[in-house]
Design a protein around this ligand. Structure first.
Ligand SMILES: [Zn+2]
Length: 94
């Protein structure tokens, strides 16, 4: 199953639960929302260039699109599997 499909399925359950059972199953809703956040992190996102980053230690820095932490740009050998060190967002080096 693709991440988008999984998120859509879960989001439908969240909407139904919030509408009808918000007081009965708050932890169920919380767990589903948690799952959606985790799945979103598995969808590769393009990092932003980070102009504020220090060039002292690395040649270039990029910024996580989710948590805005600056992270060093990796070399090509790491390009296929890369995650933000801070929030776990999967990143796509493009
Ligand atoms: Zn991050």
């Amino acid at each position: 199953m693709k991440p988008d499909k999984a998120i859509k399925e879960l989001q439908e359950r969240i909407d139904i639960a919030k509408k009808h059972y918000a007081e009965e199953v708050p932890e169920y809703i919380e767990a589903l929302e948690y799952a959606v956040r985790l799945i979103r992190k598995q969808k590769p996102m393009l990092p932003r260039p980070d102009d504020n980053g220090s060039a002292e230690y690395y040649e270039s820095w990029i910024e996580c699109p989710v948590c805005s932490e600056a992270i060093p740009e990796y070399t090509e050998e790491h390009e296929t599997e890369c995650y933000c060190l801070y929030c776990g967002q999967k990143l796509n080096w493009g």
